[in-house]
Design a protein around this ligand. Structure first.
Ligand SMILES: Cc1ncc(COP(=O)(O)O)c(C=O)c1O
Length: 378
């Protein structure tokens, strides 16, 4: 008899990092860095497994944060550079932010002018620009940083108000889950539309949203474009992806608790779309299930549903080659980014374990949660 796969005998639900996959991803990023000299930061909003930071810090140059708490996390647990951006900073946070972050990005001239005199010469200041070139391949305008009336970044026609003295970094974050065509389009757009401003800065940060580790992402084309850009404008380049670093790097493992019937079979899982994979509901993301297909592709169709009170707590309809039964384990793929960082304990739903699938195939539980997490937030 063939050995049972590792995920059929573990405690579920569980978010599992696959070390071999993460190493492959990091190796690709190391190749890009070697080719271009660019710096690559981890956006901790997307993925923050502190136990894996030492592995990531072997290749990445630091972290980028969305405010004080993430900046502190990056400083204390990742080391290396800490960048921080927020649409607006609170006065009372800035002194603490400056303890942890070495790169501070402002959203608009008013924020820059309000804080610039509190920032010492040992820090690097950036300004976020809305390049007017935004693309999101998921969630429509929900995740398009340049959607109409977006609050993110200084618009081109507001740049005349900027005093660039002391501003070292021109920052654009305009993509979401983009392949190389999105990245290349953004680079070309910035090159053409903002060339005069690039003369004032040392570095351009092209933000996140570059899905660097997607099998269809042409990393070599990105490297060529970055090299041309750096040569043409005499600047260095930073990328700060989250999802693109850990893409396909792990799983959410769930167990079928029961099969309910209402018009069609509904598999009730111990993992919840609403609590454990919120982008399924917020952004209409379809979480891949290993071995399953679209509805109708295999003989047995099921709605995969969470165990909460929310009617819409549904992963979607999937088909399977064999009927599902109580106790079966399901493996959602590509489940590391924007999953556990956004999870909730609504309904007192237990949080999944954090697990690691080591490169030698051994599975390890790294962290287990109990109802203190739930009680502590009430
Ligand atoms: C400013 C900024 N940088 C980087 C990221 C990371 O994006 P992603 O995880 O899509 O690569 C985000 C995501 O929202 C962001 O807002």
């Amino acid at each position: 008899m063939p050995a049972k796969p590792w995920y059929t005998s573990i405690n579920t639900p569980a978010y599992v990092a696959d070390i071999a996959a993460l190493r492959r991803n990091l190796d690709r990023i190391a190749t890009l860095k070697d080719k271009t000299g660019c710096q690559v930061l981890l956006a901790t909003k997307a993925f923050a497994r502190v136990d894996l930071f030492p592995l990531m810090a072997e290749v990445l140059d630091g972290t980028t944060a969305s405010g004080l708490y993430e900046a502190r996390l990056g400083y204390e647990t990742f080391g290396k550079q800490v960048h921080v951006y927020a649409p607006a900073f609170r006065d009372q946070d800035m002194l603490d932010i400056l303890r942890y972050a070495d790169h501070i990005y402002f959203n608009a001239p008013a924020q820059l002018n309000h804080f610039r005199h509190t920032i010492g010469a040992d820090k690097h200041i950036g300004l976020r620009v809305n390049p007017g070139y935004g693309l999101s391949t998921v969630g429509g305008d929900l995740y398009n940083p340049c959607a109409p009336h977006s609050r993110f970044g200084t618009l081109a026609d507001q740049l005349g108000d900027v005093d660039w003295d002391g501003v070292a970094i021109f920052h654009v974050h305009a993509l979401c889950e983009s392949l190389h065509d999105g990245s290349l389009g953004l680079i070309q757009h910035v090159s053409k539309a903002f060339a005069p401003y690039l003369k004032s800065v040392k570095t351009v940060n092209f933000g996140g949203g570059h899905l660097l580790n997607h099998p269809d992402y042409d990393l070599s084309a990105l490297g060529d474009a970055l090299n041309r850009f750096q040569d043409q404008h005499g600047v260095s380049v930073i990328l700060e992806p989250g999802g693109g670093i850990v893409y396909n790097g792990g799983y959410l493992v769930a167990t079928v608790l029961d099969i309910h019937h209402n018009g069609m079979p509904i598999a009730i899982l111990d993992a919840s779309a609403s609590c454990h994979h919120p982008d399924v509901i917020e952004a209409g993301y379809r979480a891949p299930v290993i071995g399953a297909g679209q509805a109708g592709e295999h003989p047995y169709d099921y709605i995969l549903a969470g165990n909460t009170c929310m009617t819409g707590d549904i992963f979607g309809t999937y088909s399977f080659p064999e009927p599902l039964k109580q106790g079966d384990a399901l493996l959602f793929g590509d489940a590391l980014h924007y999953t556990f960082v956004k999870s909730t304990v609504f309904n007192g739903t237990p949080l999944p374990d954090f697990g690691t699938l080591h490169a030698n195939g051994v599975y390890e539980v790294v962290k287990r949660f109990d109802d203190k997490v739930f009680r502590g937030r009430l």
